[in-house]
Design a binder for this molecule. Structure first.
Ligand SMILES: Cc1ncc(COP(=O)(O)O)c(C=O)c1O
Length: 375
């Protein structure tokens, strides 16, 4: 099984080390080890100091699974499988467990590659349902229903959404889960940006709490700013899905790294502090990015994001977005992510709101627009 190559990883591989400002990242400035250890409670600190560096429980450390389950209402520790390869591994396991030759899936579009590139490699096919850019990145539920076939096994969704920052209403999200349940389709809900909503009270319920054939994917990379731990998880009350995914995990990572598990436990127990820091960085940058887009109405337009460390503006200049991104990287050392990475051709690029260098990157972008386009 060889999936099509991952465009986003190739793009970052090509550019990341040669630019000064990565202004399109999906994560937040990383938290430091010593600052994280300062947040440890006595139990977690004792676990850290006495840690034996052997194999760990393949399902995940029981205390870590309990802490993850603490984010859910009806999903328990037994329903959680910790993945030592991040959310990417969780998506890989779930996709492999759910789909085989001749099966069909529906993918809300655009989508992070981990949600769809593996599907064709398994001999399955998929139909995309596009978010509507002209109506606040709305998801058309009727279009999702119409995309279901007799062979549809899975619906892949990701809210809050990469790359648009879209966030549906709670009513729409619940209706989406209900229509999949009616059709007998398992919902794979990528919730890695959960808790990074801008408006208080807009956090969606977790899919795993809303149905028996739903799986929530989570990770410590985004809201917790701890991508280097590579700790992700899948949470589902579907026992057969858990069993199948764990069976596949015996051939991927087997178990998570022992130090990462304890650091993840510390982070989850200190969720409020870590998430508040990430939100602060993102919301400060959001104000600047929104003002920037408004200051350049001839060059840029966007539907402001409602969540996540990113937005997805449209380039209005008469230059292909790929060329614009390349010139900006070469001339100003600022990296944006063109929409071709998302298999789109819509003159958009992803801008990241999670890095504290964004103000300097915006200054460079301003300079670039003025020099090259008199915008
Ligand atoms: C929607 C989505 N899901 C999953 C992931 C994977 O996260 P990780 O690389 O930490 O496993 C990402 C990372 O950008 C993402 O944007």
């Amino acid at each position: 099984m060889i999936p099509q190559s991952c465009k986003i990883e190739q793009f970052f591989g090509q550019w990341e080390s040669s630019v000064t400002y990565v202004a399109c990242a999906s994560d937040v400035d990383s938290y430091r080890m010593r600052d994280l250890l300062d947040l440890a409670d006595p139990e977690a600190l004792a676990l850290w100091e006495g840690l034996e560096l052997g194999y760990t429980d393949p399902a995940g450390h029981p205390l870590l699974r309990e802490a993850i389950a603490g984010q859910y209402t009806r999903t328990e520790a037994d329903h959680v499988t910790v993945c030592g390869g991040g959310a990417v591994e969780a998506l890989f396991l779930v996709t492999n467990a759910l789909l085989g030759p001749g099966d069909h899936a529906v993918v809300v579009w655009p989508a992070f590659e981990g949600l769809h590139r593996v599907i064709p490699a398994l001999g399955a096919g998929f139909t995309t349902v596009r978010l509507d850019a002209d109506h606040g990145w709305r998801l058309d539920l009727d279009a999702v229903r119409a995309a279901f076939r007799a062979t549809t096994r899975a619906l892949f969704v990701n809210f809050p959404h990469n790359p648009t920052g879209a966030l549906p209403s709670r009513a729409d999200f619940e209706a989406l889960i209900a229509l999949a349940a009616e059709a007998g389709v398992t919902v794979v809900s990528d919730e890695v940006y959960r808790y990074l909503e801008f408006e208080p009270g807009t956090t969606l319920p977790a899919a795993s709490d809303l149905g028996d054939h739903t799986v929530s994917i989570g990770v410590l990379s985004k809201a917790y700013a701890l991508a280097g731990l590579r700790v992700g998880w899948m949470a589902t009350r579907d026992k057969a899905l858990t069993r199948a995914a764990r069976g596949i995990k015996d051939y991927t990572t087997v178990c998570a790294s022992a130090p990462s598990e304890i650091l993840a436990l510390i982070a989850l127990r200190a969720r409020e502090q870590l998430v508040a820091r990430s939100r602060r960085i993102i919301l400060d940058n959001l104000v600047l990015a929104d003002a920037f887009v408004r200051r350049h109405p001839g060059a840029l337009a966007w539907e402001p994001p409602r969540a996540t460390p990113m937005g997805f503006p449209k380039l209005l200049l008469p230059v292909p977005v790929e060329d614009f991104v390349r010139d900006l990287a070469l001339e100003q050392g600022v990296l944006l992510l063109p929409d071709s990475v998302f298999d789109l051709d819509d003159q958009r690029f992803r801008i990241g709101l999670g890095r504290t260098v964004l103000p300097e990157a915006l200054e460079r972008l301003d300079d670039h627009l003025a020099r090259r386009y008199r915008s």
